[in-house]
Design a protein around this ligand. Structure first.
Ligand SMILES: [Ca+2]
Ligand SMILES: [Ca+2]
Ligand SMILES: [Ca+2]
Length: 196
């Protein structure tokens, strides 16, 4: 995995570094300091801990959710929404197989049938998930409860801190067009790396 990441990284650095270098000379240390001041603490932590991952995530965002090689706030919001939707869908689907009579509700008796076919660890997870999702504690899991639990789980796994970190990459925008391009990101991160 790591070597793949490095290969990926070196590939796009080779592609974009010349453009990045051209911009680098025009970036004053005051601009770098301003960017640093604008980044929230968790972003700086992540950047210091693993700059390669930061660049990789940023590039993935731009290529996957941006337009014409750069990304704005809408693209980042789309990414966050999709990430949350995936968690929500995963949690809602978790008990689909247990609904033996297909009425959209899962009773404890139905859950027991599914659990008997699973390994001990999976059984434990199913039972914990069922208990947590059964919000009114009546032993029946309804569609509404599954959705509510899925939504809560989505907000827990992709929380406000994560949202803030992801949106903070726009602070690396240097031409003030409200969008971050790959060259802008590389220049900023190279200079920030020397500073932090
Ligand atoms: Ca049922
Ligand atoms: Ca219930
Ligand atoms: Ca820009």
């Amino acid at each position: 995995m790591r070597s793949l990441r490095l290969l990926f990284l070196s590939l796009f650095v080779t592609m974009y570094a010349p453009m990045a270098m051209a911009q680098q000379t025009s970036l004053s240390s005051q601009v770098v300091q301003d960017m640093l001041d604008a980044l929230p603490g968790p972003s700086i932590k992540r950047l210091t801990k693993d700059p390669a991952r930061f660049i990789e995530e940023g590039t993935m965002l731009i290529l996957g959710y941006g337009q014409d090689g750069s990304i704005g706030v809408q693209g980042i919001e789309n990414y966050i929404a999709l990430k949350r939707a995936k968690v929500r869908a995963r949690e809602i689907r978790r008990f689909d197989l247990a609904d033996l009579n297909g009425d959209g509700q899962i009773t404890r008796a139905e859950l027991d049938v599914l659990m008997a076919t699973e390994r001990a660890s999976a059984r434990g997870r199913l039972l914990i998930g069922f208990t947590k999702s059964d919000l009114n504690e009546d032993g029946i899991l309804t569609d509404v409860e599954r959705r509510a639990y899925g939504e809560a789980k989505a907000l827990e796994e992709v929380d406000e801190d994560e949202e803030e970190i992801l949106k903070s990459i726009l602070k690396l925008d240097q031409d003030d067009d409200g969008r971050l391009s790959i060259p802008e990101m590389i220049v900023a991160l190279e200079m920030l790396e020397q500073k932090v």
